[in-house]
Ligand binder design. Structure first.
Ligand SMILES: [Mn+2]
Length: 503
């Protein structure tokens, strides 16, 4: 509802004559476009709303899409709606800023969905040609109330009626809002329910809001068939992006600042095939691979190094892939690089084998970590006298974590770290169920200045990450089409770059 205010600069305002106003308002062809057709996602979104409705009977639920954030002065960051809003409305990358979905408790039980937004101003208004944030003259086509209603199969209203609608009847005291999606609207909800005589303390009200946010985050944990299909599309697009990277590696080496070149090429595919990247791409060559969140991507890409690329394309429904491949820049692993790579691959296979209904989410990490620890033990890297059992016991050891500090898995969907608000009992300690999508992404990281690592290991970092669907009897690796053994990776690069590669 409430985009950040842009600071007003008066130095370019021009006086507007009445004659000009009249001139601008006239002479536009009538808008005779038919309303937008019903979107494929509409039925899915309706089903999601029905599930939420059953969970909060009689309560008015406010799910804001969020507003524009100022980048500087009168320019904004690219808008991306809050994921809960996108999930329940069905609006993906086309969502307008300052939209709010309200689930209105219905007299006969259940809820009615109302989408509040700002429809385009008619052409005889000043907003049409003076408002650089919303005017169609500036920002292009925007949907009408009729468009939204026919596309999404819900009721749509002008955002100006939201405040009064939130305050009407006794449900005004039983409001819940997703606070983080729109802090200003959250304040309005606070005032509204207090004035309506809510008997809850502020703290209890905020707890109720948190419960709603957690429910919205958690209800996405099992993906239906349509959602899995969207995941497949995101992964296929990401696959093509990775192949474009492989194709451009020689150029990345030649041009200098090659990590940025790689980031840019992937970003080109992300924007062309989808809405954009699902998160900032990590393009980390050589020792940068050992910086887990290396998104600066300012480094060189050198022949002889490995380049770790952790990137995913978010398609227009906002589902995103999250894939990591670690590639030898010149097409061939050295013996040492291969030794480390194969250890990570073995750990990933062990992690995947633990993906089946009934197992706990944390079993994946335990299985992968056991393989990581075993290799480190065999290589003699653990402290003198520490056994494998000891390092795997978190109370007495955990030494192997020096070289594998992160978790092995996270849920994946419309958010790269999906379902993040779930409590530990439902996430880490939760049971795997068919329809969940998660990553399996162990790694080994030997920093260039790590004096406890063998000299030949220093500066080598490897992670392999795939996106996995839990099935009735195990798992399906949704990104299996992207080569991942060391031999397959070499063949993949040779196939794309040709026999001369980049050496
Ligand atoms: Mn990941």
């Amino acid at each position: 509802m409430t985009s950040e205010n842009q600071p007003k600069a008066g130095h370019r305002d021009t006086p507007v004559s009445t004659e000009f106003r009249e001139f601008m308002a006239a002479g536009w062809a009538a808008d005779d476009r038919p309303p937008a057709p019903r979107a494929e996602v509409a039925d899915h979104a309706a089903r999601r709303r029905a599930a939420l409705s059953r969970r909060f009977p009689g309560e008015r639920l406010v799910i804001p899409g969020g507003g524009l954030k100022v980048r500087s002065n009168d320019t904004d960051y690219t808008f991306r709606p809050h994921t809960a809003f996108a999930h329940l409305s069905g609006l993906g990358s086309a969502a307008d800023p300052d939209s709010v979905l309200v689930l209105e408790p219905a007299a006969e039980g259940g809820h009615q969905a109302v989408l509040y937004f700002r429809p385009p101003a008619p052409r005889d208004t000043e907003e049409f040609y003076t408002d650089s944030r919303y005017g169609e003259f500036w920002v292009g086509y925007r949907p009408t109330v009729a468009d939204v209603e026919s596309e999404l199969g819900l009721t749509a209203r002008h955002i100006d009626s939201l405040q009064a609608d939130l305050a009407k009847d006794e449900a005004a005291a039983r409001l819940r809002v997703v606070r983080s999606a729109d802090p200003q609207l959250a304040e309005l909800v606070d005032t509204t329910r207090t004035q309506a005589g809510s008997t809850l303390t502020t703290e209890q009200q905020h707890e109720a809001d948190e419960e709603l946010a957690r429910e919205l985050s958690g209800m996405r944990i099992v993906k239906d068939e349509w959602e899995v299909g969207e995941m497949r599309k995101a992964i296929a697009a990401t696959h093509r992006g990775f192949e474009a990277i492989i194709d451009t590696l020689p150029e990345a080496v030649r041009k200098g600042r090659g990590e940025r070149w790689v980031e840019g090429v992937f970003g080109l595919y992300a924007r062309h095939e989808g809405n954009g990247v699902g998160y900032e791409s990590i393009c980390a060559s050589g020792d940068h691979a050992n910086t887990i969140h290396w998104t600066r991507n300012t480094g060189e890409v050198r022949a002889g190094d490995l380049i770790l690329i952790d990137a995913g394309i978010e398609i227009d429904s906002l589902f995103t892939a999250d894939i990591t491949r670690t590639l030898p820049v010149n097409g061939r692993f050295t013996d040492v690089q291969r030794r480390i790579y194969d250890a990570v691959y073995a750990a990933q296979q062990a992690g995947m084998a633990a993906v089946k209904p009934g197992n706990k989410f944390s079993d994946i990490h335990a299985a992968a970590n056991e393989v990581i620890a075993r290799h480190l033990h065999e290589w003699g890297l653990l402290p003198e006298g520490v056994t494998l059992e000891q390092t795997l016991d978190p109370e007495r050891g955990g030494f192997h974590r020096r070289w594998m500090v992160h978790g092995t898995s996270h849920h994946l969907g419309m958010d790269v770290h999906d379902c993040q608000l779930l409590l530990r009992q439902d996430y880490l300690d939760g049971e795997l169920k068919a329809g969940m999508v998660l990553t399996v992404e162990p790694g080994l990281y030997f920093k260039a200045d790590d004096l406890l690592a063998p000299e030949e290991f220093r500066g080598i970092g490897v992670r392999i990450e795939d996106d996995v669907l839990v099935t009735e009897d195990g798992y399906e690796n949704l990104s299996a089409a992207m080569p991942s053994t060391s031999d397959e990776v070499e063949q993949w690069i040779a196939r794309i770059s040709g026999p001369t590669a980049t050496s």
